[in-house]
Every structure is written in C-alpha cells, then in structure tokens.
Design a protein around this ligand. Structure first.
Ligand SMILES: Nc1ncnc2c1ncn2[C@@H]1O[C@H](COP(=O)(O)OP(=O)(O)OP(=O)(O)O)[C@@H](O)[C@H]1O
Ligand SMILES: [Mg+2]
Length: 267
C-alpha cells in the first residue's frame, strides 16, 4: 500500500457471500487490488466467477441473499467501508459510478433519453438551471458520440450501440472519479463493440477518470486496459500489466483465457 496516495480506489480482502440452503456461496472470497489515478483496470474471468458481485460489493449495492462479509475499501486513501448509508449514497452519486451489466436493456422505455439524464442530474445536483442542464446533456451526448436529437428519442428508437452510449453518458453525467463498466459491450455485435469501447476509452483519457472494466473479451481488454486482474471462483489469481499478462501469464487458467479468445461465455 506504499502508493496509496496515488490510488483512486483501494480494495482489501473484500468478501461477499450469498446465503443458500447449502451454506454460504463465497461469490467474492477475499479479493484485493487497487486502481490508480486515471488507470483502467480490467477484471476478467468466466461467467459466475464473481465479477459483478465484486462491483456490487465495492459500491455497497449487494442485496439479499447476498451480504458483504468483510473488507476494507478506500477512496483517495480514505476508508469508506464504515461510512453511514447517507454518506455512502453521496459517494455513489458523485464519485463512484456503475454502468451495470445489461444497463442498455434497463433504460426506462417510457422516458425520452434527455429526461432520463435530466432526472439523474436533478436528483444529485439540484439547482442547476434548465439551460445549463441542456448544454450539459448535449455535452455528454457529444462525448459519447450521439447527436443532440437523441435527447428527444425513446430507447426503442435507438440501436444497441446507441443505447449503450446513452448508458455511458448516464454513467459519466455526474463527473465521477471512478467508473465501473460491467460488460458494457457483451450484448453488441463485434464491430459496434469496438466502436463503443473506443469511445469509452477516449472519454476515460479525456476525463482522466479511473476505471474498472469488467468483461469476457480478451481481445478488447488487450486494447482497453492498463492492467488485468483474473478472477476465478471468487478469488483473484493474478494481476499484471496488460503487456506482461499476455506475454507471460502466470496461471494455467490465464493461458486458457488467452487461448479461448474471442469468447468463453457460458452459463
Ligand atoms: N442473487 C444471488 N443469489 C445466490 N447466488 C448468487 C446471486 N447472484 C450471484 N450469485 C452467485 O454468485 C456467483 C458470482 O456471480 P456474479 O454474477 O458475480 O458472476 P459474474 O462473474 O459477474 O458472471 P457473468 O460473467 O455471467 O456476469 C455465482 O456463482 C452466482 O451463482
Ligand atoms: Mg456479471
């Protein structure tokens, strides 16, 4: 932890279990890592290894029958795991943003895109004038590569790639310091995946925001992330720079992942 002052997020021994009739399922079983300022960390691993649960654990969004069993989490070097709900909610709104797995299918179908972003801004940053809000939304849409007219469109009028871009816009709307993007490209076809990923990467660089990118696609990861963490059965097997990881993977499982490109998704 010597470089904690340059870490945006530091996670130590995080454990998230699910209650089941057969005892605890250790979905996240003591993982530790940090994300440095402006860094993009990739988390990879097969379906069910605990990636989404880890994200929810960090953001304290785990729901019954899940429970956070232990762990220390620091943001800019300050512990946050003992903050009360109210303070944590504030952090979640302003500092830590999640683009959830499947978000593009959870956009409100009855609400125009502009209104969905406006509501978010109203909830967390009340008191901003309407004209300011509109220019903010246009700025956000520009950042994610969508035309201004998207404001007046409903989700069903958008392609998958456009919907995912809206989700990214929502994710960065409040200027977070860390974005967790959970499988944001999985539901898209290959070409669109690349384009959306490139947009996200560009935004990350421009904003200098730290990022955790969860995904299956090793090819995409290779292009996107600075370091890769490999998860298996609730644990992190290895973390290394992307270059080092592909050149010299430490675990058999990592080699399997690399060789199994493009997709190892299974349920
Ligand atoms: N609500 C739940 N109740 C019980 N077990 C759960 C629940 N949600 C997840 N799990 C279990 O926790 C483990 C981790 O699930 P998680 O969704 O975090 O995996 P993941 O790595 O995100 O998978 P995917 O790549 O498919 O998104 C799995 O074994 C899963 O069965
Ligand atoms: Mg998941």
């Amino acid at each position: 932890m010597s470089n904690e002052n340059t870490s945006t997020l530091s996670v130590s021994d995080l454990k998230v279990y699910y209650d089941s009739i057969n005892g605890d399922i250790k979905a996240v079983d003591g993982i530790s890592f940090d994300v440095k300022e402006g860094e993009c960390l990739g988390i990879v691993g097969e379906s069910g290894c605990g990636k989404t649960t880890a994200a929810y654990g960090i953001l304290r969004l785990v729901q019954h029958p899940g429970k956070i069993v232990g762990g220390q989490i620091s943001l800019h070097g300050k512990p946050i795991e003992n903050l009360n709900e109210e303070s944590f909610r504030k952090i979640r709104a302003t500092e830590l943003a999640l683009i959830p797995q499947g978000a593009m299918n959870s956009l409100n179908p009855t609400m125009k895109v502009g209104k969905q972003i406006t509501d978010l801004i109203d909830t967390h940053k009340p008191g901003i004038s309407s004209s300011e809000k509109i220019s903010r939304i246009e700025e956000l849409l520009g950042k994610v590569g969508l035309p201004n007219r998207t404001i007046n469109m409903y989700p069903h009028e958008l392609s998958g790639g456009m919907k995912q871009r809206v989700c990214i816009a929502i994710g960065i709307a409040l200027n977070p310091t860390l974005v967790i993007a959970d499988e944001i490209t999985s539901a898209l076809d290959v070409v669109v995946q690349r384009l959306v990923a490139q947009t996200l990467k560009q935004i990350q660089k421009e904003m200098g925001v730290s990022m955790i990118m969860i995904g299956h696609d090793m090819g995409l990861m290779a292009q996107m992330v600075d370091r890769i963490a490999v998860m298996y059965a609730g644990k992190i097997l290895e973390i290394s720079s992307t270059e080092e990881f592909f050149r010299n993977p430490q675990h058999e499982y990592s080699k399997i992942l690399i060789n199994a490109t493009p997709s190892i998704h299974r349920r």
